[in-house]
Design a protein around this ligand. Structure first.
Ligand SMILES: N[C@@H](CCC(=O)N[C@@H](CS)C(=O)NCC(=O)O)C(=O)O
Length: 211
């Protein structure tokens, strides 16, 4: 029996999981949950993931993981090669540190813009079974945060091939997906973000980027 990934090809969060699986060469069964049709809110999917989000990874023993970071920890444990979460105590901590920063400073900022601005997200300003109305000021603040986030990433990548360690890690995956996701709200690194752009182009050229 293989693991099953509840996925939606167009969404950024399950893309992080797919890229990680591709980097590790792990095959899983794939079930698409069409977010544009609200399938994540169906009783059938809520029985699998009460958070109503993708990714959700069903393990061979039936355990369901609903958070990217938990999925990454599990996959690293069952298949350590290639290491995607660092190989020493310091590396592991630095990967986690960057991953958390990218989620908070980047992913949250882009999501704030999209979910508080898009007409299709009315009443869906936050994920989950509850309905939350949009707050337009959060979209405005989110745009400002994205610009700062690009500066942070660019500074961190000066003279470096990868974000956290000397190899491609889960922190790079999260950052790559978030920078690409920012295009949804028409935010892209500028000319002056040359290190960020170099790093992004290299990540985009990896076979896993199209997973
Ligand atoms: N903590 C989750 C967040 C997952 C998440 O927010 N997924 C979005 C897609 S990118 C989702 O399922 N959205 C459902 C919705 O918009 O109702 C993770 O990254 O693992």
């Amino acid at each position: 029996m293989t693991m099953t990934l509840y996925d939606f090809s167009l969404a950024p969060s399950p893309r992080r999981t797919r890229i990680l699986l591709a980097e590790k060469g792990i095959h899983v069964d794939n079930i698409q949950v069409d977010l544009t049709k609200g399938e994540q809110l169906s009783a059938e999917f809520q029985a699998i993931n009460p958070c109503c989000t993708v990714p959700a990874l069903k393990l061979e023993d039936g355990t369901v993981l609903t958070q990217n970071i938990a999925i990454a920890l599990y996959l690293e444990d069952v298949q350590p090669d290639p290491p995607m979460l660092g190989t020493t105590a310091t590396e592991r901590a630095v990967v986690m540190n960057w991953n958390a920063r990218v989620e908070f400073e980047g992913l949250m900022a882009v999501a704030e813009v999209l979910r508080n601005r898009a007409k299709t997200m009315q009443g869906r300003a936050l994920t989950g079974p509850e309905s939350y109305e949009q707050i337009p000021a959060l979209a405005e603040r989110g745009m400002a945060r994205i610009k700062v986030f690009f500066d942070v990433l660019n500074d961190a990548l000066v003279g470096r091939e990868f974000l956290a360690t000397d190899r491609y890690s889960f922190a790079d995956i999260t950052a790559f997906v978030v920078v690409d996701f920012a295009k949804w709200v028409k935010a892209e690194p500028e000319e002056r973000h040359s290190d960020l752009r170099r790093w992004f182009a290299a990540a985009a050229a990896r076979p896993s980027a199209s997973a």
